[in-house]
Design a protein around this ligand. Structure first.
Ligand SMILES: Cc1cc2nc3c(=O)[nH]c(=O)nc-3n(C[C@H](O)[C@H](O)[C@H](O)COP(=O)(O)OP(=O)(O)OC[C@H]3O[C@@H](n4cnc5c(N)ncnc54)[C@H](O)[C@@H]3O)c2cc1C
Ligand code: FES
Length: 291
């Protein structure tokens, strides 16, 4: 035996390997909008499931497809819900491989990662959610969480827009929110289609609709959507008198490790995977992020 090596007394790893994905089983898949599906899943190990369920709205996970690769995905469920799921648009190799899976197939997940939204810090405030397209994926978690803790918040308003009625996401949730007392849910589409008798126009046009009044004092605005929508909505909110620190969003960056080690997700002085993905608009501007 080499005398310079320490004597091995245990085969247990000193600490948990942060890169080790845990096995997950796909339970069912639902079609949402073109190219986007929701994947309901659970960890094989119930202990992992219990640990994972402590995630916060706005956090994300790394999803592994065997022999293909790994990609970051938001967590659209609220921690207050039973089921765990991802909602994924197919864009490349990993997301396409996930779309090929059938119930009973295995993949792997590590996380939850990132800072998430500070929902407890917003107790006592008005919440305004503004989402465009698949920007509703990360905001769904906060909305369901806020409605589950309805007595902790003042007014709750949701403004959501999609290109066409067929591209509105989470339709059963949208219907439920529209019918819930204590929440205003306004929907719009860029292009109407047969059967659509709601507003037509970009999501910001909803702010001007008769009867819509957004409180600015004591309000947090959550904004998620494509860059063009983000820019216009921010302009509208600032014109209403919102302060930059009271507008929050999530950023997407290329990620590899997801845990602040590889530097792939660096913007300015921040790593999106650990310092974000949730940032205030004030922070986004300071980081020099061009959305
Ligand atoms: C924190 C976070 C949360 C996310 N949540 C979701 C989610 O809930 N649902 C969802 O559908 N997607 C989400 N994404 C985006 C998702 O991670 C990418 O679509 C995925 O990595 C693409 O992997 P792929 O192997 O399928 O594509 P690749 O083969 O890697 O790439 C295909 C194409 O997509 C582009 N692309 C890949 N990744 C990104 C990226 N991060 N930003 C911009 N362009 C990219 C590539 O340039 C290429 O053109 C999230 C990203 C981040 C960082
Ligand atoms: S993804 Fe590696 S540092 Fe953020």
């Amino acid at each position: 035996m080499n005398p310079t090596l320490p004597k091995v007394t245990s085969c247990e790893p000193a600490e948990e390997n942060i890169y080790l994905p845990k096995l997950a089983v796909l339970d069912r898949v639902t079609d949402d909008i073109p190219e986007v599906k929701t994947f309901y899943w659970h960890f094989e190990d119930p202990a992992e499931q219990a640990k994972f369920k402590r995630f916060r709205p706005g956090q994300f996970a790394q999803v592994s497809l065997f022999g293909v690769g790994e990609f970051p995905a938001s967590l659209p469920p609220s921690p207050t819900e039973e089921e765990t799921f991802f909602t994924i648009r197919t864009v490349g190799s990993c997301t396409a491989a996930l779309h090929q899976l059938r119930p009973g197939d295995r993949f792997a997940v590590r996380g939850p990662y990132g800072n998430g939204f500070s929902m407890e810090d917003y107790y006592g405030k008005n919440l305004v959610f503004v989402a465009g397209g698949i920007g509703l994926i990360p905001l769904r978690s906060c909305i369901v969480y806020a409605l589950r803790h309805r007595d902790k918040y003042q007014r709750i308003q949701i403004f959501y827009g999609a290109r066409t009625p067929k591209e509105l996401m989470y339709v059963p949730n949208l219907r439920e929110w529209q019918q819930s007392a204590g929440v205003e849910c306004h929907l719009t589409v860029d292009r109407a289609a047969e059967g659509w008798d709601g507003p037509v126009g970009v999501v910001g046009s909803l702010f001007q609709r008769p009867g819509v009044k957004i409180p600015v004092e004591n309000t947090i605005a959550f904004v998620c959507g494509p860059p063009i929508m983000f820019r216009f909505v921010i302009k509208d909110l600032l014109a209403m008198g919102f302060q930059e620190k009271d507008i929050v969003s999530t950023l997407e960056r290329y990620m590899k490790c997801g845990v602040g080690k590889c530097g792939h997700c660096c913007i300015g002085v921040a790593y999106v995977c650990v310092d974000g993905p949730v940032f205030t608009y004030e922070q986004i501007k300071k980081l020099g992020e061009d959305i």
